[in-house]
Design a protein around this ligand. Structure first.
Ligand SMILES: Cc1cc2nc3c(=O)[nH]c(=O)nc-3n(C[C@H](O)[C@H](O)[C@H](O)COP(=O)(O)OP(=O)(O)OC[C@H]3O[C@@H](n4cnc5c(N)ncnc54)[C@H](O)[C@@H]3O)c2cc1C
Length: 446
């Protein structure tokens, strides 16, 4: 496909961890690559903001766990420092006013059941699980109801699993998709844990530092910022990728954007029905992450670690998000599912008031008076449109699941939603980018 356009072996669309990882793997393989990013920055769902006094807020992803080997290896390669999530006192697990440090026995038993069930789901092909059809047609909410456990226990599990992990409501996702997500990350404890789990460490300077270092280490000219891709024309001979600025020709394309965004690009010819159907069935989550900034970590003086989970109320989780040596202290709170939707029905002032009220119930009256309050709605972001990640809808795991990462001719698909390990996480994004790059290298250098 020669012509008046710039020609590259590969055009990669999107410079989050998936696109950056694909671009690295492809340039390492000696291919010429153009990485196009819509925003004026790299990192996608990793976004760090600094307040005037230098207080660091990770508005997007922030944690790295010890079994996330790929992102840990990148962190080490670029000399990025990480630190343990602070935990200076007692955690609060609030079961409708029964505040305890441990979990209700019913909750532990439900987690054990999930742990056992997820081992019966192959992460590479969940649709092949023996109970796949039965689990795919049942929502996680229905499964919880059918356990007959007390309401407070099932509500708690729904909130921390469907909310805290899959960023939605238990009525939205199937049992199969939930189990796939769990097994892709090594199980319930690996996902929910701090020490030894997915929340173990944070990044000095913020998670975006990792993406910035990866971008800086790409050969000159590979990355172009501020170039949203609008259209991909493809044939057996190659592709033509049109951004708002230029058009490029390439032998292969890697689309490394969330499915909800990929389904909004224009393709010529239109994507095959099953591919488009699959992209339509991965809606993005609705989680809301907000930060209250205080002069002092008042909760520590009261004996609290700042870590909380709740079976009720607007906020499902909170955490002490104060980086070491930060001039001020940060409490970060998460709302999921119905609560996250409800919060968005209100104006910013009402939302702030409701969040602070709940923080005060958890940790005391000083929570009502932060010096700063920062929210960032990923659902409102044109190039993301949801948070933390997308998940196959009920019934789609067995029908469309196998299509999600299958190439369409010369077009390959990356992004954390296509990962089979640590799906939904930075690590999964890296894995997906490398997997797509590998497909391209094998196709171009058979
Ligand atoms: C609030 C929040 C908290 C999270 N917490 C954690 C956590 O603690 N730990 C963890 O591991 N993960 C966490 N995650 C998930 C993690 O951030 C994502 O899994 C990961 O960053 C996804 O990477 P990606 O490359 O697949 O997609 P993205 O990061 O979404 O990257 C896609 C890129 O494509 C660009 N793009 C979109 N459309 C176009 C277009 N048309 N043309 C060109 N470029 C385009 C976007 O701007 C973006 O840069 C969190 C996410 C959020 C939002």
């Amino acid at each position: 496909m020669a012509g008046r356009y710039e020609h590259h072996d590969v055009v990669v669309v999107g410079a989050g961890f998936a696109g950056l990882s694909a671009a690295h793997a492809l340039t390492d393989a000696g291919l010429s690559v153009q990485l196009l990013e819509a925003r004026s920055r790299v990192g996608g769902r990793a976004l760090t903001r600094y307040l005037d006094d230098g207080t660091q807020l990770d508005l997007g992803g922030q944690w790295i766990g010890p079994t996330q080997l790929r992102i840990n290896e990148i962190v080490q390669r670029y000399g990025v420092e990480i630190y343990r999530t602070p935990a200076h006192g007692a955690a609060v697990n609030d079961f409708d006013g029964d505040r305890r440090e441990d979990l209700l026995p019913d909750v532990t038993e439900l987690f054990d059941s999930l742990e056992a069930m997820c081992r019966r789901v192959p992460a590479e092909s969940p649709w092949e699980a023996e109970e796949a059809r039965q689990w795919d047609r049942m929502t996680f909410a229905s499964w919880l109801d059918a356990t007959g456990r007390p309401d407070v226990a099932t509500r708690y599990v729904a909130r921390v699993v469907s909310g805290g992990l899959l960023a939605g409501s238990p009525a939205e996702t199937s049992v199969l998709e939930t189990l796939f997500y769990l097994v892709s990350a090594g199980g319930v404890q690996s996902l929910l844990g701090y020490e030894g789990g997915a929340q173990e460490s944070r990044v000095v300077g913020g998670a975006q530092v990792i993406a910035d270092r990866m971008a800086a280490d790409l050969p000159e000219g590979v990355l172009r910022l501020g170039e949203p891709v609008l259209r991909i024309e493809y044939s057996d001979d190659g592709a033509r990728v049109e951004s708002t600025v230029h058009a490029y020709r390439a032998d292969r394309v890697v689309v490394a954007v969330p499915p909800v965004i990929a389904s909004r690009l224009r393709y010529d010819p239109p994507l095959p029905p099953l591919k488009d159907g699959a992209l339509q069935r991965v809606p993005a989550g609705t989680a809301l992450k907000v930060h209250a900034v205080y002069a002092e970590p008042f909760w520590r003086e009261a004996g609290y670690s700042g870590i909380s989970t709740s079976a009720g109320g607007l906020l499902t989780e909170t955490v002490d998000n104060t980086p070491p040596g930060a001039p001020r202290a940060v409490l970060t709170a998460f709302a999921y599912g119905d609560e996250a939707v409800e919060l968005r029905r209100h104006g910013a002032d009402a939302r702030r008031a409701s969040v602070l009220e709940r923080l005060a119930e958890l940790f005391g009256a000083p929570a009502l008076s932060p010096e700063d309050f920062v929210e960032y709605d990923w659902l409102a972001q044109e190039w993301t449109r949801g948070c933390f990640s997308g998940h196959l809808t009920t019934g789609a795991g067995t029908t469309f699941g196998s299509v999600l990462r299958t190439p369409v001719g010369v077009v390959h698909w990356a992004g954390t939603e296509t990962a089979t390990e640590w799906n939904g996480y930075f690590d999964g994004a890296v894995a997906s980018g490398r997997r797509a790059a590998d497909e391209v290298v094998r196709a171009l250098r058979p």
